[in-house]
Design a protein around this ligand. Structure first.
Ligand code: CAA
Length: 271
């Protein structure tokens, strides 16, 4: 298999499915579809195959370290992983005074710790491979004082991480103490990963979607949706394809010199 591989989490439906389709169609990538729902994953795999690309479904609860280890191993067996899009996320909305500890933990574990597990596992593999390349190109002198061979970042093949945050991380959102904390954490963690991994030519960036028409926002009360739409300068909810376009930019050569940033794709909504 010649084409490069992208891991896309939460790719069974909604924004993740839109991203998977765009990467396959427009960046010629094969896709590892990661989700917890087997029915939607099977459908997503069929969609990718119908456009002539390879895809596999790997069931994985991103909040479980063992699941992530095994998913990442399968992805690297499937092909050369160049890109991870961490999109999997959930809401458990309730007002602060009613929010349970269980709902707080669940949202933080999936939306934030899940990204930590995946980035750690994937970057671990990318860095090991990079070190082997450097060692092969310029073997370090043997002995107890032997140091890691250091190369310029551009020596290593470009690898990319795109993490999906949310516009609500910017200004907070009524009913989402857990979710906003997780999504703000994603931005800070991504900036740190970008700084740590730049020496290995690994870029890490974030996208902040606004209110996007998906099964997640379909659960919102009508009057809350109406209130937000009234505040969006472009006067509509976003679509998964709107987010996929920004992911495509951050996944392509055009963004080789872009790392540690966040792109808002929110129709101008200013939280
Ligand atoms: N703005 C202003 N007032 C609001 C409000 C809002 N966004 N949300 C709730 N309120 C008000 C209600 O009008 C109500 O006021 P009154 O007491 O004066 O009637 C009060 O706050 C309590 O609200 P509810 O009666 O709805 O309380 P509840 O406990 O039944 O439900 C809730 C609370 C679960 C948070 C519910 O309001 C809700 O689901 N809100 C939507 C939360 C939301 O915006 N989620 C975004 C999901 S999409 C997403 O997360 C994707 C992304 O990245 C953007």
């Amino acid at each position: 298999m010649d084409n490069k591989v992208a891991i896309v989490t939460g790719a069974g439906r909604g924004i993740g499915l839109g991203i998977a389709n765009k990467l396959a169609k427009e960046l010629d990538m094969n896709i590892v579809i990661v989700d917890v729902d087997e029915v939607s994953m099977a459908d997503a795999v069929n969609q990718i195959k119908s456009i002539g690309k390879e895809a596999i479904a790997v069931k994985c609860d991103v909040s479980k370290a063992a699941d992530v280890q095994s998913m990442v191993a399968k992805a690297f067996e499937f092909g050369e992983v160049d890109l991870v899009v961490n999109n999997a996320g959930i809401t458990r909305d309730s007002m602060l005074l009613k929010m349970s500890e269980a709902d707080y933990d669940l949202v933080l574990n999936i939306n934030l710790k899940g990204i930590f597990f995946i980035c750690q596992a994937v970057c671990g593999r990318w860095v090991s491979a990079a070190k082997k390349l450097a060692e092969a190109a310029a073997p370090a002198p043997a002995g107890p004082d032997a140091k890691e061979v250091k190369m310029e970042p551009s020596f290593y093949p470009k690898k990319r991480i795109v993490n999906i945050s949310s516009i609500v991380a910017k200004g907070g959102n009524i009913g989402q103490a857990n979710y906003t904390a997780s999504k703000a954490g994603v931005i800070a963690m991504t900036k740190t990963i970008a700084k740590e991994m730049a020496r290995y030519n690994i870029n890490a960036n974030c996208i902040q979607p606004g209110f996007i028409k998906t099964p997640m926002t379909d659960k919102m009360p009508e009057k809350v949706i109406a209130k937000f739409v009234a505040e969006i300068p472009l006067q509509r909810m976003g679509l998964p394809e709107d987010i996929a376009g920004a992911v495509k930019f951050l996944s392509s050569k055009d963004s080789d010199y872009v790392t540690g940033i966040t792109i808002e794709v929110a129709g101008g909504l200013n939280m």
